[in-house]
Design a protein around this ligand. Structure first.
Ligand SMILES: [Fe+2]
Length: 385
């Protein structure tokens, strides 16, 4: 049996990787990029920095900065129009997960038209849109190296998962220096998201020896450094490790998929507007506890890779340590419960059956070591209270 691995054509990794944008555009034969980003990146001067870097190489660019967190069908519309009406030959996607996910959708819709809904899973989108050079500023969603995007249909709060090589950036520039000024909350949320990607890819039923190698490497980088970047954002060594770990976790889950945490997390995000990493963090301990009995060895490997257990520990001991670590991590990183986040208990409980249905429909729970029933999913949701 063999596994197909899909990666960006070019990866530029390390300090100042983002300064290589002009060289990479040149190597792709592109001269008319549209920078897709958000207002924060403009305010922080990151968009200007990219434009100046391009100008030094006689490349003029325009900026579309109207992307929003958790992008929706209507939020990407103006970007689609910009691509249709401009003569751009490439997109530079600059920012956290949302600008990059928006850019992926804009690239395909701008070139091929139609509605986002037409492109949602189970359709596999192999069309080639405008080439995307992804420059992440968080560590992170890993979206710079995945063949996925998620766009919310605001008419029914459905987070539409869209899949295919058409959503894979042609180049990923992974520069940890862009994360040095991230606030602690975003650092924690995106860092736990990356840890969740690595763990879910590793225990996924679609895991392969290739994705396992990337997932383990990611956990080794993220495990010892997540607390460090939360407490001291200027810790360059830790930021560098988190950035690479996030990208490797992205490679792992782009090729092995995610599982129950993400399946259950998307409905919470869509219904209650909880940031993606935060809803993952709320779920990670409970879902891991539920899943360990079906993948004892694999979760023990995770505990050892993260650095909370050693080879001397039995698998059972390692898994106890893993559970203790996930709970301690949420405490230390001040992950709120749904209640502390401000969600109404009544609304949450009323929505549980719908959320369980949406979780199952997303397909992600099918990759979990144990595939839960709707009742079991509801039980796990209840445990969050
Ligand atoms: Fe995620």
């Amino acid at each position: 049996m063999s596994n197909q691995i899909i990666l960006p054509r070019i990866m530029q990794v390390g300090e100042n990787a983002s300064l290589e944008i002009p060289t990479i555009l040149g190597s792709l034969g592109c001269t008319r990029p549209l920078i897709i980003t958000d207002k924060m990146m403009v305010e922080l001067g990151y968009a200007r920095q990219v434009q100046s870097c391009l100008e030094e190489h006689q490349i003029t660019s325009e900026v579309f900065d109207n992307t929003v967190p958790e992008p929706t069908v209507s939020s990407i519309q103006a970007g689609v129009e910009a691509v249709r009406n401009g003569n751009y030959d490439s997109i530079i996607a600059l920012g956290g997960g949302s600008p990059i996910d928006s850019a992926k959708a804009i690239s395909i819709l701008g070139k091929f038209g139609g509605e986002m809904r037409d492109y949602k899973f189970p359709r596999i989108v192999n069309e080639v849109g405008l080439p995307i050079i992804a420059v992440p500023t968080t560590a992170g969603t890993g979206t710079e190296v995945t063949r996925f995007t998620i766009i919310t249909d605001e008419t029914n709060d459905e987070k539409m998962l869209c899949v295919g090589v058409g959503f894979m950036p042609i180049a990923a520039l992974v520069d940890y220096k862009l994360t040095l000024s991230l606030p602690a909350r975003i650092t924690a949320d995106t860092g736990i998201d990356a840890l969740t990607h690595a763990m879910e890819a590793y225990v996924s039923k679609k895991a392969s020896p290739y994705s396992d190698s990337q997932a383990i490497a990611a956990m080794k980088l993220i495990g010892p450094n997540l607390r460090r970047v939360y407490h001291d954002g200027s810790d360059k060594k830790a930021r560098e490790a988190m950035m690479l770990g996030s990208t490797l976790a992205g490679v792992a889950f782009s090729n092995a998929s995610v599982a129950l945490v993400h399946g259950m997390s998307r409905p919470i995000g869509a219904a209650f507007h909880v940031p993606h990493g935060l809803s993952n963090a709320m779920l990670l301990p409970a879902v891991t506890e539920f899943s360990i009995p079906s993948a004892v060895e694999k979760y023990a490997d995770c505990a050892r890779a993260i650095g909370v257990a050693t080879q001397a520990d039995s698998d059972e001991e390692a898994n106890q340590k893993l559970m203790a670590e996930l709970r301690a991590l949420n405490d230390e990183l001040q992950v709120p419960t749904p209640e502390q986040f401000g969600i109404s208990r009544q609304q949450f409980f009323d929505l549980m059956p719908t959320m369980a249905e949406q979780a199952l429909a997303s397909g992600s729970p099918n990759n979990n070591p144990i595939v839960p029933t709707a009742e079991q999913i509801i039980d796990i949701y209840k445990q969050l209270w």
